[in-house]
Design a protein around this ligand. Structure first.
Ligand code: DQA
Length: 147
């Protein structure tokens, strides 16, 4: 059976393409989804790509992933730096988790240096733009093929 990897995007990432292009680039979230889907096909996995501006919706999706997915790639956006609820949900899900950020959060404002997600993720990729999503997918797929 083909494994499904859930790819979660947090608040304001629906605005990629127009939002602060100097930081986040010109690609839209749909462009990124298309690229990641192509990479998923090459890796022999399926993706379930989602975005929400609502913290609780992300928590519910992470809970759902326990039965619908084999791993999670997450860019929790600003909730990365604030959400104990998302951290707790990720911790409870028992799946491989890779955290992604388009920008290098460590080169930005100090409030972006802290990540609650990083406390429970297996690894984190930041500062590589949209390629980070592809690399994160590859990392989860590699974890799955090892098991
Ligand atoms: C982000 C970094 C966060 O600090 C910010 O709030 C975002 C995007 C990134 O992908 O670089 O919304 O997660």
């Amino acid at each position: 059976m083909t494994a499904t990897i859930m790819i979660l995007n947090g608040p304001n990432l629906n605005l990629l393409g127009t939002r602060e292009p100097d930081i986040y680039g010109a690609e839209t979230l749909a462009d990124i989804e298309a690229k990641v889907k192509t990479r998923a096909e090459a890796l022999g996995v399926a993706i379930d790509f989602r975005q929400s501006n609502i913290e609780g919706e992300l928590v519910t999706w992470i809970q759902d992933a326990r039965t619908s997915a084999a791993g999670i790639v997450i860019n929790a956006a600003a909730y990365t730096h604030t959400s104990i609820a998302i951290m707790d949900a990720l911790k409870a899900c028992g799946l491989p988790i890779i955290e992604v950020h388009m920008s290098n959060i460590h080169q930005r404002e100090s409030f972006r240096h802290k990540s609650y997600v990083a406390r429970v993720a297996d690894g984190m990729i930041c500062g590589l733009g949209s390629i980070g999503y592809e690399l994160a997918l590859e990392a989860v797929a590699a974890r799955l093929s090892k098991d």
